[in-house]
Design a protein around this ligand. Structure first.
Ligand SMILES: [Ca+2]
Length: 523
């Protein structure tokens, strides 16, 4: 791949990039959830475009983030799982979004998680001028180590990043101990055996099965501190008139589902319904599609003991409480953007790395190809460009974010991008767009691939000697409970969607009428 040299951007737009962890679109007010309270997200949606059908490329942190940060799909990044080392697997010379922006002279700041942790330390650190609330990995060796050899000369021309590390010492210590025990078992156990999986679950235990009141105030919470740091940085950027890219990664509603009590008090437990799509009503769904009933987030290791309806509703309430808590933190950041006079020249993107299952099919985690795991909220406001309060029901994907920003900022995109800029949809949300979204999920010796059209989802789960297929008609079965893949009446549909899945994302691209860059901002 050529390193994009490109024209310098004429635009002076800043970018505020807000990434919420594990936030399913189904738990956001403006996405049609009448119970959850997300007034700030709803208000922000009313000032920009809400994408009703945005899908992630993988329902898992690292593969999803590696994809949207590079504009490449998992089959190209080769990052399929959380433990796959992004910086070693990406095609040589691949630049991430902040690296591209930094080369254009944009001051790049990251607060919280953007890249998935540890292995990417060097690449992550190299990409930013300043990092706050980011994990400094134990094997961190310095900025230049691990940076692609052929780029090292340029690296030394860049200012050294400013780095702050704000750990939770007690949790860190516990995680180190659990990791040591896990790794000891993993060295002997066969991968994906019962023992191997138990060790993995044990490591994840501290985050699971704890939900409710954190006993903290907003400003004491990690996410509360990140939001306040963002407000300080925005004020500084306004004062110093620096052109910036600010990424703010919020940790909730990722587990543990704990937040200040006042957000839980917004909800009445009696009014929280039991989860939709009970497993008893699932028809012909292959076990792998439901991750063999294993949950790695809430109710970890409790898969032999079904969750009672009351406990299930408490968990949903805690997730909603965390959603409201994060919504309030986002409100704080967005209000600062206005107050500091930055809103009229800052592009704002709010989204999530993937979704989450809130008890549907008995699942309390991600790692599935169902709607709740793969459909995310995406709200975009581009001053002077995006329609106000529009809803776009066309299909977009998180891999489209990087090409979209390249177009908006008049920045030459890397020539191997695998997403499509959705800039035209910002001005005209109603126009024919992508045929389908593609998501990959690699678990327990299986690789699942899904193609989601506006109406259907078709998926294939391949293992060494087997293949399981799914077809859901979401117009008639919005919770994906009736697998039609083996119903002879739907044979033609299966054949058509299997062909689309095989043809892949290139075959599903929109026909862009004009590539004249009508949405570009020249200011
Ligand atoms: Ca995540």
């Amino acid at each position: 791949m050529k390193i994009p040299k490109g024209k310098l951007p004429k635009s002076r737009m800043n970018v505020l990039f807000i990434d919420i962890e594990d936030m399913t679109a189904a738990a956001v007010g403006c996405y049609g959830n009448a119970i959850v309270r997300t007034p700030n997200l709803d208000r922000f949606a009313a000032s920009g475009v809400r994408f009703g059908r945005c899908y992630c490329q993988a329902p898992m942190c690292n593969p999803s983030r590696s994809s949207f940060l590079t504009g490449l799909r998992p089959d190209t990044t080769r990052v399929y799982r959380n433990r796959d080392p992004m910086d070693q697997l990406l095609p040589q010379g691949t630049l991430s979004l902040p690296e591209l922006l930094r080369r254009q002279g944009v001051y790049c700041i990251n607060i919280g998680k953007l890249f998935h942790y540890t292995w990417m330390a060097e690449k992550q650190t190299s990409a930013f001028d300043r990092l706050e609330f980011c994990d400094l990995p134990r094997n961190y060796k310095g900025v230049s180590k691990g940076y692609p050899k052929h780029l090292e000369d340029e690296l030394h021309l860049l200012p050294k990043p400013r780095f702050s590390y704000s750990p939770d010492p007690a949790l860190e210590k516990q995680l180190v101990e659990l990791k040591t025990t896990r790794d000891k078992i993993w060295r002997k156990a066969k991968r994906d055996s019962k023992e191997w999986n138990e060790a993995r679950a044990m490591f994840q235990q501290p985050n699971a099965n704890v939900f409710g009141d954190s006993g903290l105030r907003d400003e004491q919470e990690f996410d509360g501190r990140k939001a306040r740091m963002a407000t300080h940085i925005l004020a500084e950027m306004a004062r110093e008139k620096k052109r910036f890219f600010l990424s703010v990664g919020f940790s909730r509603p990722h587990t543990p589902l704990r937040c200040p009590k006042k957000y839980l008090d917004l909800y009445d437990l009696d009014k929280i319904p039991v989860p939709e799509a009970p497993p008893s009503k699932d028809r012909d769904i292959p076990p792998v599609a439901k991750r063999f009933g294993v949950n790695y987030d809430i109710f970890n290791r409790q898969y032999d003991h079904p969750v009672t309806p009351e406990v299930a509703r408490k968990a949903v309430l805690a997730y909603y409480g965390c959603a409201s808590f994060i919504d309030a933190q986002i409100g704080l950041v967005l209000d600062t953007l206005e107050r500091e006079g930055l809103a009229d020249h800052t592009i704002v993107i709010v989204f999530s790395d993937h979704g989450f299952q809130l008890g549907e099919h008995g699942l309390w985690s991600k790692y599935t190809l169902f709607e709740q795991s793969t459909r995310i909220p995406l709200l975009v406001r581009v001053p002077g460009v995006s329609a106000k309060g529009a809803v776009c029901d066309e299909i977009v994907e998180t891999v489209d974010l990087l090409p979209t920003l390249c177009e908006l900022l008049n920045m030459a995109p890397p020539d191997n991008l695998e997403g499509t800029s959705f800039v035209p949809l910002l001005t005209q949300p109603e126009q024919p767009w992508k045929k389908a979204a593609f998501t990959v999920c690699s678990i327990a010796g299986h690789v699942g691939r899904s193609v989601r059209t506006k109406r259907f989802r078709y998926a294939e789960w391949r293992a060494k000697d087997s293949v399981a297929t799914e077809l859901y008609d979401l117009a008639a079965d919005s919770w994906e409970q009736i697998n039609l893949a083996h119903d002879p009446k739907h044979a033609a549909r299966v054949a058509e969607l299997a062909a689309l899945l095989k043809a892949g994302w290139r075959a599903a691209r929109p026909n862009r009428r004009s590539r004249s860059g009508a949405g570009r901002i020249d200011r």
